[in-house]
Design a protein around this ligand. Structure first.
Ligand SMILES: *[C@@H]1O[C@H](CO)[C@@H](O)[C@H](O)[C@H]1NC(C)=O
Ligand SMILES: *[C@@H]1O[C@H](CO)[C@@H](O)[C@H](O)[C@H]1NC(C)=O
Ligand SMILES: *[C@@H]1O[C@H](CO)[C@@H](O)[C@H](O)[C@H]1NC(C)=O
Ligand SMILES: *[C@@H]1O[C@H](CO)[C@@H](O)[C@H](O)[C@H]1NC(C)=O
Ligand SMILES: *[C@@H]1O[C@H](CO)[C@@H](O)[C@H](O)[C@H]1NC(C)=O
Ligand SMILES: *[C@@H]1O[C@H](CO)[C@@H](O)[C@H](O)[C@H]1NC(C)=O
Ligand SMILES: *[C@@H]1O[C@H](CO)[C@@H](O)[C@H](O)[C@H]1NC(C)=O
Ligand SMILES: *[C@@H]1O[C@H](CO)[C@@H](O)[C@H](O)[C@H]1NC(C)=O
Length: 788
């Protein structure tokens, strides 16, 4: 009895202690141990990103975390009434109630409010200017309100990027101006816009490439002539009509540097009123009116524990600065207060939700009623988790002011997405390169980006290998005729890699554009799961594909015929299914992607040494085993890509004009030419922008919103993009990324043969090397019109 009571008491005590400990979001796990030292009341909750922290707070698996000013805006969109802001994290070098204010300074002679800015000379500190880290939405607030760059009812947005729509509107609205910085995350697009809209760089100074080169005059103590805001104010003083700058620099400029001209300038308020600059208001850290007043970053806790955590923080950090005493309290400060050297924590009097907290400083129109000149681009997802990640990307992009906006939908599976992209119900999807061929041939899609894969990850990239048993009599591709083969999936990357290799080697007829027939007639029997499924139909094949299913194996002996393309209907589906097919002696050769092959072999209780590769140069690999070098592979390509639709047929064109080749006796047939869809450019530029803000290059502590598009989300891998992706690469042959180039070439070879599934007879071509030359010529011409 006594023991029982003791145990019960201990349990109650332990419970009480656990109740008094707070789970803190920590993104650097090295801080976890120090956080739990001694009598610590903090428990480490490791998170991958601050978005992850928000999800954990909402789920009740974390109690408190830090969020940046811009992240609070995202929370206001995604979790408006969850959580409470308990303290702000201020910068002691910036006195004032807000983090910064963006104001418009004009000459006193200015009339007619915001509309009076029409035709005026505009001085901007520059997009992406590092010192103050304004989000694009902040950088463009004056433009949005004055020039209505988010509303252009009659403008034609087709084929244009959002950046082009924006810059065209600005160039139309303002006179000669200086608006430095990158107008697009894509350097090519940026350079083109700068060339086409030179008036927006005309005020930057002599010989400028849209960067301030104006003479800044003598240096005055206490003011930095290299500061972009100071340069914009000097631009205003010497030649401009309006400068859009931070209030702190207006104060410097007019009190320290140019106090003699203060009386000639005013602030232009958002309501159109002018408020004269004078010593009284210049002495105030708070501007009399501003286009943006940014709240501070903050410490946010769950609604349930916000009060008690705030009470504790007051005692743990009595001065609001880091106790710096090597205690867990000090570690907690470094966790919850990044950049703690100049930080000060100020407790909030009223505990508001993120939505209420940001409502007064940065009220944003709800994401669903926001307008942009280019319509929202719709991202297709296939699971609820993927949809959730997409919606966070959408909210983060919206809060930052990234255009065009994104919208997210969920479909039952990848094929439904491919179909919906084709049918214009959605705009793009990121998908595995395994479906690259079906997407192009069957759904008329085209890549808008390929990924760059992580070289250090052995399961990154798609590597296709041809395997036979180690005791096989097969040594060359020629030996495969009349034998049996298993493929992971019909039309998948391994299937296509086999067709291409066999065509290059002259083992398959490269004039045969029906891949079902090519493979079906070559082998005596095969299993190519999905061959009978409409979603996998390649072109308009009249070939009876039963031969491509004869080796497939149903799980129960009762139903002996299957061509199913999932594990539950077909034991030989997938890469592990193909390995099993070969190991069971049901096939003589298999073509598989080596991703995770070690795991599959282990699961099937097989050894790599039971197999041997036949290399793409038509020799047997020197050793047994499944891991072969790049030269031996049938394909070494990126493992995923972003697809959008190909535009409708424009006009037939005559791509080849034979010059000095006597082989051709009559002109080749007309063939269809495809052009980019009207949405292509805006999606391409949008993806560049998303990579800039949410890709790995952005995540070095300077990110506005700590959202990682290429990483796990909420603990789940491979959502939207595979975790093996580290960035995008361009879907062109010019790319320096070899696996991306290989991928483009894999399809361009086949595409030259089939077009969009049309059988193009190539007359009088007995000579294969001549055909290769022709293919090159065709391809070279086609790259000008087709985006592969
Ligand atoms: C920029 O976009 C164009 C097409 O819109 C593309 O061809 C080019 O490769 C892109 N450049 C970069 C650096 O992303
Ligand atoms: C400033 O305003 C005064 C009159 O208030 C005027 O005489 C002077 O020329 C103005 N200076 C500039 C630089 O506009
Ligand atoms: C415009 O805004 C300023 C600053 O908030 C204010 O002082 C002024 O009264 C407003 N004017 C009108 C007409 O609302
Ligand atoms: C806080 O926000 C909620 C909606 O999320 C709103 O109903 C409420 O009125 C707001 N409270 C204040 C004080 O603004
Ligand atoms: C295809 O061939 C199989 C066997 O060779 C036969 O049973 C089947 O009827 C054929 N299907 C069609 C549509 O001709
Ligand atoms: C292949 O792996 C899947 C799961 O990834 C499993 O369901 C299936 O049974 C495996 N197939 C074989 C033949 O082991
Ligand atoms: C490979 O294995 C990893 C880890 O087990 C898994 O996350 C990934 O989805 C697998 N990839 C494929 C293509 O099966
Ligand atoms: C074929 O490729 C393999 C694998 O890279 C290599 O070891 C072999 O030497 C090559 N054979 C010829 C004849 O080029």
């Amino acid at each position: 009895m006594a023991l029982k009571s003791f145990i019960l008491l201990s349990m109650l005590l332990a419970f009480a202690v656990a109740q008094n400990r707070y789970r803190v979001c920590v993104s650097s796990t090295s801080q976890c141990q120090a956080l739990e030292l001694g009598d610590s009341q903090a428990i480490c909750t490791p998170v991958e990103s601050r978005v992850d922290c928000a999800l954990q707070l909402a789920r009740g698996t974390a109690d408190v975390g830090f969020f940046s000013d811009e992240e609070l805006l995202v929370l206001a969109q995604t979790q408006p009434s969850d959580h409470r802001v308990i303290a702000t994290v201020r910068d002691v070098t910036k006195p004032g109630a807000v983090s910064f204010q963006a104001v418009a300074v004009v000459r006193n002679t200015h009339t007619n409010g915001l509309d009076g800015l029409r035709g005026s000379k505009y001085c901007h500190p520059g997009l992406g200017e590092a010192a103050l880290r304004w989000s694009p939405r902040v950088e463009k607030e004056l433009e949005t309100r004055a020039a209505n760059t988010d509303r252009c009812p009659d403008a034609d947005y087709k084929f244009k990027t959002a950046e082009e729509m924006e810059v065209a509107a600005l160039s139309h609205f303002f006179g000669d101006s200086c608006r430095p910085g990158a107008w697009s995350a894509n350097a090519t697009v940026d350079a083109e816009l700068k060339r086409r809209f030179p008036s927006l760089c005309a005020l930057c100074g002599p010989n400028s490439s849209c960067d301030y080169t104006i003479d800044m005059g003598v240096t005055v103590a206490g003011i930095n002539n290299n500061n972009a805001h100071v340069k914009a104010l000097e631009c205003l003083r010497t030649s401009g009509d309006v400068a859009y700058v931070a209030w702190q620099h207006v104060r410097e400029f007019f009190t320290v540097r140019n106090n003699d001209i203060t009386g000639n300038f005013s602030l232009l308020c958002p309501n159109g009123t002018l408020l004269a600059l004078n010593t009284t208001n210049l002495a105030n850290t708070s501007a009399p009116c501003a286009f943006v007043s940014q709240h501070w970053s903050a410490i946010v806790a769950t609604s349930a524990r916000a009060n008690e955590i705030q009470t504790n923080l007051r005692t743990w950090w009595p001065t609001g600065s880091n106790p710096s005493d090597n205690s867990w309290r000090s570690t907690l400060y470094s966790v919850l207060v990044p950049q703690s050297s100049t930080a000060h924590v100020t407790m909030e009097d009223t505990l508001l939700s993120p939505a209420n907290f940001t409502q007064t400083s940065r009220p944003l129109t709800s994401i669903d009623s926001a307008t942009t000149c280019v319509p929202p681009r719709v991202w297709c997802t296939v699971t609820a988790q993927e949809l959730a990640k997409c919606n966070w990307v959408r909210a983060a992009a919206y809060s930052l002011g990234i255009k065009p906006s994104i919208s997210c939908v969920q479909r039952s599976d990848t094929f439904q997405c491919l179909r919906d992209v084709r049918d214009r119900n959605v705009d793009f999807i990121a998908t595995a390169s395994n479906y690259g061929y079906l997407a192009r041939q069957h759904f008329s899609l085209t890549p808008v980006k390929l990924v760059q894969n992580l070289h250090s990850d052995p399961n990154s990239f798609s590597r296709v290998v041809a395997l036979v048993r180690n005791n096989s009599d097969i040594t060359r591709f020629e030996n495969l005729r009349g034998r049996k083969a298993c493929f992971p999936e019909y039309g998948g990357i391994s299937y296509v890699a086999f067709v291409r290799t066999a065509q290059v080697l002259g083992v398959l007829d490269d004039k045969e554009c029906d891949y079902a027939k090519a493979v079906g007639e070559f082998f005596e029997g095969a299993c190519a799961p999905g061959a009978q499924d409409a979603s996998h139909a390649l072109g308009q094949s009249n070939y009876n594909v039963t031969n491509l299913c004869t080796l497939c194996k149903a799980p129960n002996a009762a139903s002996n015929f299957t061509c199913g393309w999932d594990h539950s209907n077909n034991l030989y589906f997938g890469n592990n299914g193909s390995l099993s097919c070969l190991a069971n002696n049901d096939a003589d050769v298999i073509f598989v992607d080596t991703t995770n092959i070690t795991d599959y072999l282990a699961a099937l209780n097989l050894q790599g040494s039971q197999f041997r590769a036949i290399c793409s140069n038509n020799t047997l690999a020197l050793q047994n085993g499944v891991n072969v070098d790049e030269n031996c592979l049938l394909a070494y390509v990126v493992d995923s890509e972003v697809l959008t639709r190909r535009a409708t047929l424009k006009r037939p064109a005559r791509p080849v004009k034979p010059t000095n080749h006597t082989h051709i006796t009559h002109p080749p047939p007309l063939r269809p030419v495809y052009v980019q869809d009207e949405a292509y450019n805006s999606i391409s530029a949008l993806l560049d922008t998303l990579e800039k803000y949410f890709g790995y290059a952005a995540s070095s502590g300077t990110q506005h919103v700590n959202m990682e598009i290429f990483s796990s989300f909420d603990g789940t891998r491979d959502l939207l993009f595979k975790n093996t992706a580290v960035g995008f690469s361009e879907p062109t042959r010019a790319t320096t990324n070899q696996p991306a180039k290989n991928y483009i070439e894999l399809f361009s070879h086949l595409q030259a043969c089939t077009g969009a599934g049309n059988n193009i007879p190539v007359p009088g071509l007995a000579n294969r090397s001549f055909y290769s030359i022709l293919t090159l010529v065709l391809s070279a011409l086609l790259t000008r019109f087709i985006v592969y």
